[in-house]
Write a protein that binds this ligand. Structure first.
Ligand SMILES: Cc1ncc(COP(=O)(O)O)c(C=O)c1O
Length: 378
């Protein structure tokens, strides 16, 4: 099998699997139980939180364990919106967010009456920072942007954005979805108010997410319950998942630079090879994250290509896995105002340190063969 869809998810790291299964057999007690096994589980969760805090250079009380990045995004955005709605109901995001952000903003607008503005992007997927600055008002309580786009890989200048947001309105909170940046780009949280992470994108467990919330940012909890997570997320802690997240994040952060350099060399190679093919257009800009390469084969149906490659044991995707059941052009490519012919024929390739040059060569041969055999659509 040649797996080129690491943005959708990653295989579980063997060391993480083995640690997790060992933890499961021993540490079943409820971390809130007032007896020794419960205290021990609680201690291990707090040890994990402290370890992650050290990796991210933040305080342990600024970290909330969640079930996934979608939950972290919902908690950050709705939690902030509900907390500060008496100050203002204006919130800003971009036109190319992951569905867990985009649909949260939509719900806040349609169900809760918030006033939402969307910052546009250009054909290279770069945000219009001047427009962002002009949109921030006295009643703007939240700005949310991703760090790395999950379809084309564009990198948002998050520290520049943080500076624009906080200069224009020091009370506005800035949330960043860092899911596709963890383990791939350096992470600095000094000027970020809230940040979202997911374990299964970095060889960790599914059902494991994290939300960073600066002490100076308050949120209304979405899941009311007990004292867990400082009262900000009720429900018995998913202890072993939370405990093993420290190892997952340590491995991702420690290997970031090496993995980046290696994957960049693969991406450079693939770009050269694909550029030489007549029926392939590269949609990801040159300065995008090397872990993602979005291409189009105009006049070909992307689903047909994906399924033909699948018969050869090669797995790629058409767009974000969370929107793969929708047939229309991806909202990211639409926001980039790509020619509809390009936008509707897009394919997403994504890589990791496990990807090899031999795999890319096999993929290239397979793609050429597929394009020669399948019918072009007019
Ligand atoms: C940028 C981004 N944000 C959020 C998510 C959601 O992650 P999770 O599956 O942990 O909810 C994804 C997953 O594809 C993503 O790519």
């Amino acid at each position: 099998m040649i797996y080129l869809d690491y943005v959708a998810t990653t295989p579980l790291d063997e060391e993480i699997r083995s640690t997790y299964t060992k933890l499961l057999t021993t540490y079943f007690a409820n971390s809130d139980s007032a007896y020794a096994p419960g205290y021990e589980v609680s201690r291990l969760i707090e040890q994990s939180r402290a370890h992650i805090a050290k990796l991210l250079h933040v305080s342990p009380d600024e970290l909330i364990f969640t079930s996934c990045a979608s939950e972290s995004n919902n908690t950050a955005i709705k939690g902030t919106a509900f907390q500060y709605m008496n100050r203002g109901k204006h919130i800003i995001t971009t036109a190319f967010e992951h569905s867990s952000v985009a649909n949260t903003f939509k719900q806040l607008e349609e169900v809760f009456g918030f006033d939402v503005d969307y910052v546009s992007i250009d054909s290279n997927g770069h945000l219009d920072l001047k427009e962002l600055e002009s949109l921030i008002r006295e009643d703007t309580i939240l700005v949310s942007t991703m760090y790395v786009n999950n379809e084309v890989g564009t990198i948002n200048p998050i520290h520049k954005i943080a500076s624009i947001v906080h200069k224009k309105n020091p009370k506005t909170k800035y949330h960043v979805d860092m899911v596709q940046a963890l383990g791939k780009l350096p992470i600095t949280l000094d000027d970020i108010d809230l940040a979202t992470f997911s374990a299964h994108k970095v060889f960790g467990l599914k059902g494991s997410g994290l939300l960073y919330k600066k002490r100076t940012a308050s949120i209304i909890p979405l899941i009311n319950g007990g004292q867990q997570e400082n009262g900000l997320r009720g429900g018995t802690s998913n202890a072993c998942v939370d405990i093993v997240l420290a190892k997952t994040m340590r491995k991702a952060i420690e290997s970031q630079k090496n993995h980046y350099d290696y994957v960049k060399s693969l991406n450079d190679y693939l770009r050269v090879q694909l550029s030489a093919m007549d029926n392939v257009v590269i949609n990801s800009p040159e300065d995008a994250s090397p872990f993602i390469l979005n291409i189009s084969c105009p006049h070909y149906k992307p689903e047909v290509i994906v399924h033909d490659l699948e018969t050869k044991g090669i797995y790629i995707s058409t767009k974000s896995a969370c929107s793969s059941k929708k047939v229309e052009i991806s909202h990211t490519l639409a926001a980039m105002h790509l020619d509809p012919l390009i936008g509707t024929s897009a394919l997403r390739l994504s890589f990791s340190h496990l990807t090899t040059k031999e795999e890319l060569d096999t993929f290239l041969d397979a793609l050429k063969d597929t394009l020669n055999r399948i019918k072009k659509q007019r």
